[in-house]
Design a protein around this ligand. Structure first.
Ligand code: FE2
Length: 383
């Protein structure tokens, strides 16, 4: 053998994506797109969980986050799991319970239903049960497994480590649908808990900077690094455009609507129409703007990696916390003043026209006039 032949057969390993390799090895079907209807994702038996599952990969999701879908059959349950990545679950359909077991033998369980949100404390043993003997339960979970798997690239370490993160368990009430409101500033108020029974029912706080009567709440779930927040747009309104880093998985909770997304300098918008079950990503620094097109308030949940309590990147610190201590996050600051938000009066004129057509189509009365200066009302409202 000469040296050349040795090099040719050595199969040098480089450019490895340990997460994608793992997904393939697990035999999980993958759905990859910009906007995805989670109800129509193809699932297949997933031996690890003992139920059907799928991986959902949003195009433009960034490096840290992914999503799994779990389809638990009537009367079924997932196999017990523990792992060193975080899980933020959203219940798309069905009712059931989750049981969490700690090293001292103590157990915590809670009962979820449609639109519940919950997180599993890091590396805690857990199991999901479908309470119905007739209907399936469909859960979507956003995780930071791509970050964790690409860091350690060792399945045994990630799924078979005994260490218990006692500091992440949280109060007993956090498993019972209660929590603590931590006030920071409008747009950044946090609700700390492990479980939210119904995202359609949780009280939100006004966020004037993002415009048009919008409200939101940020979540700190199981004291984790994963981010989640929920926002609401009143009937007949839309939010201001803005941009930030990647990784958010945006899911409609109530109502229906659409979002426009575009990169700086792009001539046309990418449009995503959403309803319950839709998930889509604003890509890295892609401007995006959300519009309520329905006759009821539209709520959406956004999950991702790196939150208000534990931001992971400088970009997240800038977006959420501002450049200097005490400043507003850049997502709330006018782009003319160095921030990342487009004021209504500066937005592309096509945006309001598209929306007015949508309002007419859906028989909804537009309620945006007061956000535009007098001079712009006539052309904006022209048919
Ligand atoms: Fe956003």
């Amino acid at each position: 053998m000469n040296q050349q032949a040795k090099i040719d057969t050595a199969k040098p390993r480089y450019g490895v994506d340990a997460y994608l390799d793992w997904v393939e090895k697990e035999g999980l079907p993958v759905t990859e797109d910009f906007g995805i209807d989670l109800y129509s994702v193809q699932t297949a038996p997933w031996a690890r969980y003992g139920v059907k599952g799928a991986a959902v990969h949003l195009k433009g999701r960034g490096d840290f986050a992914n999503m799994f879908v779990l389809d638990i059959p009537p009367g079924g349950a997932t196999s017990p799991q523990r792992h060193l990545y975080e899980d933020v679950y959203y219940v798309l359909e069905g009712s059931g319970s989750t049981q969490i077991e700690f090293a001292d033998g103590k157990k915590r369980s809670f009962e979820w239903g449609p639109r519940s949100l919950f997180a599993i404390p890091l590396n805690a043993k857990h199991r999901h049960f479908n309470a119905s003997g007739r209907e399936r339960a469909l859960l979507a979970t956003t995780t930071d497994l791509p970050l964790v798997m690409n860091t350690f690239h060792n399945e045994k370490f990630i799924f078979d480590t005994d260490f218990e993160f006692g500091d992440r368990t949280g109060k007993n009430e956090y498993f019972a649908g209660e929590g603590d409101l931590i006030t920071v500033r409008p747009g950044n108020h946090m609700w700390e808990t492990n479980f939210v029974p119904d995202l359609a029912a949780i009280e939100l706080k006004s966020w004037g900077d993002r415009g048009a009567g919008g409200s939101n709440i940020m979540f700190v779930l199981a004291d984790g690094t994963m981010h989640a927040h929920i926002s609401e747009m009143p009937v007949g309104t839309y939010k201001k455009g803005h941009r930030h880093g990647p990784g958010f998985h945006v899911m409609c909770v109530t109502g229906h609507g659409y979002s426009l997304a575009w990169f700086d300098g792009e001539k046309d918008f990418t449009r995503i129409d959403w309803k319950h079950g839709t998930v889509f990503p604003p890509c890295d620094q892609q401007f995006h703007q959300h519009f309520n097109a329905s006759q009821q308030p539209a709520r959406y949940l956004a999950t991702g990696v790196g939150g208000l309590r534990y931001p992971l990147t400088l970009s997240q610190r800038r977006s959420l916390l501002g450049v200097k201590p005490g400043e507003k996050g850049a997502v709330s600051v006018d782009i003319k003043e160095g921030g990342d938000q487009i004021e209504y009066t500066d937005q592309d004129a096509r945006i309001h026209k598209i929306w007015l057509k949508e309002m007419a189509k859906n028989g909804v009365e537009p309620k945006m006039e007061k956000y535009f200066p007098q001079a712009e009302r006539a052309p904006v409202m022209a048919k």
